[in-house]
Design a protein around this ligand. Structure first.
Ligand SMILES: [Zn+2]
Length: 438
């Protein structure tokens, strides 16, 4: 079995003691087998210098939409509900197999090049097998599923009948859930507005039956919150709780506009939140009080959301923005760099229920590792690794990426995809999709 020794990097372990030091990491068979100072390379071990680099746990994005990557730059400067109805839903409904594959490919390529090793992804209402196949090909650690939209009055062109949707979910679970150790199906009601009570209850049941992550959007936008109240007579989070959708394996994307009783419900059920700071700013959704959520004990992960509401998929940008956004209302010490880094590593793992296998560099964990160069003038003189990684680095600085011990990016070059081909194909498929729209 091939071993790889990463030598002489500044290792940010994220272990319980939060040790960071200059040392080595040894990987074998997809696992981190040793972390320490001056490890010996056995015979046949590939030795890679990480000199003048940070060696960090692979970054985790717990909310994204690969199927939307092609729509980047086509839905700027709008507010959530209009953004969805006028742009995103018609675009998603215009997808065919080739355009979905192109969209997933370019999104996976970008995310991996920028240091993301795990994602929780929400698809559109169909063709999710294409996304699974591409996720498998890319080597990404992937949680995701088709999105559920069975309320005819509030789903636009993406409406699908309840029974048909649930049969499709079962099919994807049978064919893709844990097909490889890197792939997991996540049951994904889009949001309370587009889902019937029946399907939300069924989603909770499927989650329990198959031990799935349940992934939804909630309380992102004031108009959305008001509409849920009008449609259901309840607050958004309490409504999801009533239908059984809040669990320790549930991830609520955004969670900006919530009252005390809703926060209590999230805490009681140990539901995770995925904070998406760029998206929340760009769609004028608001600022989630992450500092206060964490003080209450809520689990908070980080995500870029989809490309049309960001428009980057760079986890370093999200860490930086997460830290900065808390300070004007909660003070300069709120969400310090180390905590922002934790959101994209250990906490991301925790909201996905994967804290035993990913999120830190410790012996026994899966080898999801990113090497970040500190040669750029923006970061070259910064000694504190958390300060460097959160405030000064960006995806630009990612040199190497391993997922499950497999070298996905080496010296800035993607090892699975030919970037040029992926981009050419994405441009062609975007043109075709635009023609289908007109
Ligand atoms: Zn989203």
């Amino acid at each position: 079995m091939k071993s790889t020794l990463l030598k002489g990097g500044w290792i940010v372990t994220m272990n319980a003691r939060r040790d960071h030091y200059r040392g080595d990491v040894l990987m074998r068979g997809g696992i981190i087998v040793a972390v320490g100072k001056s490890l010996n390379a056995g015979q046949g071990t590939e030795v890679i210098s990480a000199d003048d680099c940070f060696v960090i746990p692979g970054l985790i994005q717990a909310h994204t939409h690969l199927v939307q990557t092609l729509f980047r730059g086509m839905a700027d400067d709008m507010e959530l509900l209009d953004w969805l109805k006028e742009r995103i839903w018609p675009f998603e409904s215009a997808h065919d197999e080739n355009s979905i594959r192109a969209s997933a490919q370019i999104g996976l390529l970008e995310m991996q090049m920028l240091g993301t090793t795990s994602i929780l992804d929400m698809g559109t209402v169909r063709l999710h097998e294409v996304v699974f196949a591409e996720a498998e090909r890319s080597g990404m650690r992937y949680w995701g599923g088709n999105c559920l939209m069975d309320k005819k009055s509030h789903s636009g062109p993406l409406y699908r009948p309840t029974r048909e949707t649930l049969a499709y979910c079962e099919k994807l679970i049978r064919e893709w859930h844990r097909k490889t150790p890197l792939l997991q199906y996540a049951i994904s009601p889009r949001f309370a507005i587009s889902c019937s009570q029946t399907i939300l209850k069924a989603a909770a049941k499927l989650q329990k039956k198959h031990d799935l992550v349940l992934h939804t959007h909630a309380s992102e936008n004031r108009g959305e919150v008001q509409l849920v109240r009008k449609l259901t007579g309840m607050d958004n989070i309490k409504y999801l709780q009533k239908l059984g959708c809040l669990t320790p394996q549930t991830v609520i994307a955004h969670g900006i506009h919530m009252n005390a009783s809703e926060l209590k419900a999230l805490l009681q059920t140990q539901t995770g939140i995925c904070h998406c700071p760029s998206s929340n700013l760009k769609l004028a959704s608001g600022v989630a009080k992450i500092h206060s959520y964490r003080q209450r004990g809520l689990k908070v992960a980080l995500g870029a959301d989809g490309a049309p509401c960001n428009n980057m998929l760079d986890p370093f940008v999200e860490m930086r923005l997460a830290a900065l956004l808390q300070k004007p209302h909660a003070g300069p010490t709120s969400l310090p760099a180390r905590e922002a880094f934790e959101l994209a590593t250990l906490q991301g793992a925790q909201v996905l229920g994967a804290q035993d296998s990913i999120g830190s560099i410790e012996p026994g964990k899966r080898a999801d590792i990113v090497v970040v160069s500190r040669s750029h003038p923006s970061v070259a003189t910064v000694e504190d690794p958390y300060s460097a990684l959160v405030y000064s680095c960006s995806g630009r600085d990612v040199r190497d990426v391993w997922i499950d011990g497999k070298g996905i990016v080496r010296d800035g070059v993607h090892q699975v995809y030919n970037s040029k081909d992926v981009i050419t194909n994405a441009r062609r498929e975007l043109k075709r999709l635009s023609e289908r729209l007109t």
